[in-house]
Design a protein around this ligand. Sequence first.
Ligand code: NAD
Length: 247
Amino acid sequence: MLNLEGKVVIVTGGTRGIGLETVRAFLKQKAKVILFGSKKDTVEKALATLREEGFEATGYYPDLNDAIEVTKVIDEIAQKEGKIDVLINNAGISANQKIEDTTAQDFANIMNLNVNAMFHTIKAVVPYMKKQNQGVILNTSSMVSIYGQPSGVGYPTSKFAVNGLTKSLARELAPYQIRVNAVAPGIIKTDMVASLPKEQIEPLLKTIPLGRMGEPKDIADAFLFLASDLASYITGVILQVDGAAKN
Ligand code: NAD
């Protein structure tokens, strides 16, 4: 029903957390998955974990802030696989310092990975998707792109930008049958959340009407749906997957 078998799917930040679970979800659907990570050893570790689970994927570790390197790797994948069906931009970093403690470099680092890197990967896949006259681009936003957050201003700023990029490119690329959507996760059990102070997490949990933290699988399932033919008339959407949380 999802019709993802044989689809060539790239997942950035695919070595752990939401990304790794997303890789698993697409492999279960018999898609051909290529994961990106930041380092050789984390990519190899993720591929080994998947192999132990009976899955076969491939991996790369381009510097996502280097447009030339990103394009080279994506060109290589397109040559090898003959097409690129789905790009999932999931790599991201967060922040929680007060503005006084945030340097201009901290702010730039967040924008570079969470926004500019997304621009580089999208720019690299678009020529292939246009030629195919089909493609799906999915971006990872966040619930903070709806509400903002009371610290770490670079993080919500970057995710508001992700929404802008998503909605605008959905319009620009629709004539080529390329759909562009984002998933905005709430609080999901991953290393990113484990690194936040308890005082920040506990009050947030109380605000989740569904009464639990999200699991990486909750987000992976949303990506599956948006990548599938079931979502063939959905583009330009920021899908909140957050248990109705309002932080
Ligand atoms: P995580 O920290 O577990 O994983 C982050 C991924 O990004 C890793 O695979 C890592 O390799 C990759 N990454 C980090 N820095 C990188 C760099 N410089 N270059 C290339 N890759 C890099 O985080 P997660 O919770 O799985 O988050 C995944 C996405 O979901 C992020 O975009 C994050 O903003 C978003 N998100 C997470 C939550 C949450 O509660 N966990 C909520 C909202 C949004």
